[in-house]
Design a protein around this ligand. Structure first.
Ligand code: SF4
Length: 237
């Protein structure tokens, strides 16, 4: 399947709709993405359950794929342990731990202690959005593990999206996957995963802003528990 390279600048609904008709499933999407964008594409991975699936699928298509982890300096130790396991299992991956411009000490000096308690939007902006912006400078497209069933704000996501926030194409191969699909794949393929998932953490972000989910809330209800905030700002609602 040959299709014109769709970029933020050349985006046209008509071309996007043609593409939608051709992309059959998640693997088709991943293969198309790397064939089309070659080295000008990166996967922004949070190392959640979907992240493990995508790393495994992507590595089958492009073993040396660029994978970006937004290393806020505030992740759980279990997340950093998982990253070490991933490095061993997929040694060819170009894994980048993207750091914010400000250290935690500099952030506290400029904006006050524990910014995540007072202004989590600013904290996410400094520690996640700006580093991703910088990492995406040299690519045309990025991949994300968003799934439609994750939350109401993600229910309209397509395989291929015009990402106004970063001025890129955002590709989401797993939009139709359920939580059960994700775990079936992990177990079947004996993939490493974050141990916190076994302790009622369905969605895992920074340790300061993630709590256990002990009821039937949506999978992201353990994030920013005391705020209306449900997204770190990387994805538009
Ligand atoms: S998730 Fe919390 S600690 Fe992490 S960058 Fe956002 S506000 Fe800061």
């Amino acid at each position: 399947m040959e299709t014109e390279k769709l970029t933020f600048e050349t985006w046209e609904e008509r071309k996007k709709q043609q593409l939608d008709l051709q992309l059959k499933d998640f693997m088709d999407v991943i293969k198309w993405a790397y064939r089309t964008y070659e080295d000008r594409i990166a996967y922004a991975c949070s190392f959640g359950a979907e992240g493990m699936v995508l790393i495994d699928l992507i590595s089958k298509v492009k073993p040396e794929a660029k994978v970006i982890f937004l290393d806020t300096g505030l992740h759980f130790s279990e997340t950093y342990s998982l990253i070490e396991k991933v490095k061993q299992k997929y040694p060819m991956l170009d894994l980048i731990l993207a750091k914010p411009a400000l250290t935690l000490e500099q952030q506290a000096a400029e904006h006050g202690e524990n910014l995540w308690e007072k202004n989590p939007d600013l904290c996410c902006h400094i520690r996640k959005i700006e580093p991703l912006q910088q990492q995406l400078q040299d690519v045309d497209a990025w991949i994300s593990g968003l799934r439609r069933e994750q939350s109401p704000s993600r229910s309209m996501v397509d395989y291929v999206n015009k990402d106004e926030k970063f001025g890129k194409i955002k590709i989401c191969p797993l939009i139709h996957w359920t939580w059960e699909d994700v775990w079936n794949y992990i177990k079947l393929n004996q993939l490493p995963y974050n141990e916190l998932h076994d302790q009622h953490y369905p969605s895992i972000g920074c340790s300061k802003c993630t709590v256990q989910v002990l009821s039937d809330h949506d999978s992201r209800s353990g994030r920013w528990k005391n705020f209306s905030k449900k997204e770190c700002g990387l994805h538009q609602a």
